[in-house]
Design a protein around this ligand. Sequence first.
Ligand code: 4AD
Ligand code: MG
Length: 465
Amino acid sequence: MGRTRVREALGSEPGGQSITVAGWVRTKRTGKNVVFLEVNDGSSLSNIQVVVDSENTNLGQTAELITTGASVRATGELVESMGKNQKVELHAAELELVGEAPGENYPLQKKRHSFEYLREIAHLRPRTNTFGAVARVRNYISFAIHRYFQERDFLYVHTPLITASDAEGAGELFQVTTLDLERLAREQSSGAGPDYTGDFFGRSAYLTVSGQLNAEIYASALDRVYTFGPTFRAENSNTTRHLSEFWMIEPEIAFCDIHCNMDLAEDFLKTIIAGVLTDCGEDMEFFDKRIEPGIIESLSAIADSTFTRISYSEAVEALQKSTVKFEFPVSWGVDLHSEHEKYLTEEVFHGPVIVTDYPKEIKAFYMRLNDDEKTVRGMDVLVPRLGEIIGGSQREDRLDVLQRRIKEMGLPEEDYWWYLDLRRFGSVPHSGFGLGLARFIQYCTGMANIRDVVPFPRTPGNAAF
Ligand code: 4AD
Ligand code: MG
């Protein structure tokens, strides 16, 4: 392309052949006979300083027209920089204003903008330091996750986005239909109830909440698989950790019990975190300095730590012993809230905690029932600052117990006939978990709001961009 990326240019020695860089102007400073342009092309957090001799008529006239936000192309030699921020700078022999950004209208002026404001200009926020860094870390983590599983013989399975069954049984589904919604409303008000035989799929259909049940099909044939794709939840949670659309990574392993599942989840998280620290150095230093002081040290400690493993009952006991007044009081049987999860990880165990064996009433129908008939072999991985980052379980592999659980939870057995078939023919103990990609990125970057680690967040009432 005849262009050098800014990252590569900044890592080069001064002198040598003339190079071309192109990008967007972050700032422009005018000195005596000289104009300094800070140009960024997204390849790194750092900008390259383009130095323009404004005595040169051509260059000077172009530089005059350039403002913050404009796109430019500059060709010249890399010269040792007098400034303390960079080793080299580019002395422009040619300068082109590619796309102007009329100054007074550009919404990203050089000053600190709030993340709330930047959410309203999601089409421009990738041009800021923070969102560029988040995008690079997100890219790195996605790639590292694939590499982790590929190197361990897991098969990547693409599971459908449109499904007919509720994988979590929680009823938080977005319905997909081509039916005339007004007619449907009329039918419903006349008490007839909607007739889905005329719908696109000849039945009611939804956006998937999880690829797990489909992944189980493939694990029941190919031993170890993982999914990595978007999931959707019509859950009306307006929190800093919930999205209506998020990407999830779901490994599923045959001949694997809850212990093997916990071992995998722990090794997986630690490996990816260690990789982020070594391979995203510049961006992580930025997050450490500007977003969450101390994050590098705390992530390094976690990459070297051993996660605490406790049962739900032990967690409840620890919470009940606490003198902290929780907003949601704790007793055996209640679901843990993020305040409880944070307390356990931050105040009691000072690191990640894997909680297992939850009451069956608060977990999904597919989790393996324990002999006590009260608890299931679920496991949540909780981390400081965030709470739940992974949810998983050993799956119920006994046909009769699974049928009973589906009935108990009031779910339509006929929707799960194929899922039950896996327990009829060659059933095996198997386990898996789901990692929410956005939560994990939040955890690694220290970004406080999940809306700021997703390029175009979808939350209740918000689907702009
Ligand atoms: O705990 P969850 O609901 O588990 C499942 O979906 C299982 N099918 C996973 C499995 O066993 N294969 O979700 C898993 C993870 C959570 O721990 C969290 O990280 C993330 O997905 N998650 C969300 N992330 C953002 N917004 C939401 N609304 C989320 N709900 C879950
Ligand atoms: Mg969960």
